[in-house]
Design a protein. Structure first.
Length: 280
């Protein structure tokens, strides 16, 4: 978030960070004072004609329950970039993959393990090794890769009993994945991530090697269709080498993809925020 705020400041447009509860209280206070609940402008130092734009980005590890405070504000008249309700759905990996499949987007076959439900049949998943991940999660937390079917099911069941539903996906392509960074219906940056060790994770925080990657036409179409299907203005769409979607991150990080692509991704995102603020 700090990089985005700094990029907005460099572009001459003020931006401030607010926790969901703080923003909800601010809107409520404006309503109490007789306002509409939506400030007409982005701030006292905003360019003439600008309106307030709310960018929903959660630091990794933020409890999703905090987003619920923003849901009543969706219809208050402000312009959202990643509406809270869309972000909540995207953070539910099972729900988002289901929405993508329903929209005709090719996705990696996935089994869901829930606490009070029968174990899924992993025989329907391709391959002999599997990845177990939490249904809600980011930055590779809680992910285990390279398990056989029995161990994957035990791991997912244990996670489901203690922490909530877990996903089981086939471990294909050696853990290599590719991310397309979508902003405002365009891919502004992309990268490939490769685990540094066998059985490793394709996540920069977990030590994966990152490098430039240019999506082909089919991959571009899939990434853009994924963002549209989930109603996201900003998204990191993760694809396997065969073009199937592994998952969609509604709050993609900026550092790794900026390093891999050589682009100032924060500035590109800030430019979209500023252009959105100026559109009436």
């Amino acid at each position: 978030m700090r990089k985005l705020l700094d990029a907005c400041a460099r572009a001459g447009t003020p931006a401030r960070a607010r926790r969901p509860a703080e923003l909800a209280a601010e809107f409520a206070d404006q309503g109490t004072r007789g306002g509409t609940g939506t400030p007409a402008h982005a701030g006292p130092d905003a360019p003439a004609g600008a309106r307030r734009v709310l960018v929903t980005r959660l630091p990794s590890g933020t409890p999703l329950d905090e987003l619920c405070a923003l849901l009543p504000l969706e219809d208050a008249g402000a312009r959202w970039i990643n509406r809270p309700s869309r972000l909540l759905r995207a953070h539910d990996k099972a729900a988002s993959l289901g929405a993508l499949a329903a929209a005709g987007v090719p996705v990696v076959p996935t089994a869901v393990v829930r606490r009070d439900a029968p174990d899924p049949d992993l025989d329907r998943l391709p391959g002999e090794r599997y990845v177990v991940k939490p249904i809600h999660g980011a930055a590779g937390r809680g992910v285990t890769v390279g398990l056989d079917a029995a161990r994957a099911l035990r791991r997912a069941r244990a996670f489901a009993e203690l922490s909530g539903p877990a996903l089981v996906q086939p471990y294909v392509g050696g853990g290599v994945d590719r991310r397309a960074f979508v902003v405002g219906g365009e891919i502004v940056a992309s990268m490939q991530r490769t685990p540094r060790a066998s059985g490793g994770r394709g996540n920069a925080f977990q030590g994966a090697r990152i490098e430039p990657w240019r999506p082909g036409e089919a991959e571009r179409d899939t990434a853009l269709a994924s963002a549209r299907a989930l109603g996201l203005d900003v998204a990191g769409v993760d694809l396997l080498a065969d073009g199937r979607v592994l998952e969609v991150n509604a709050c993609p990080g900026l550092d790794a993809i900026a390093l891999a692509s050589g682009l100032d991704v924060a500035a590109l995102l800030a430019d979209f925020v500023i252009r959105t603020a100026r559109v009436r």
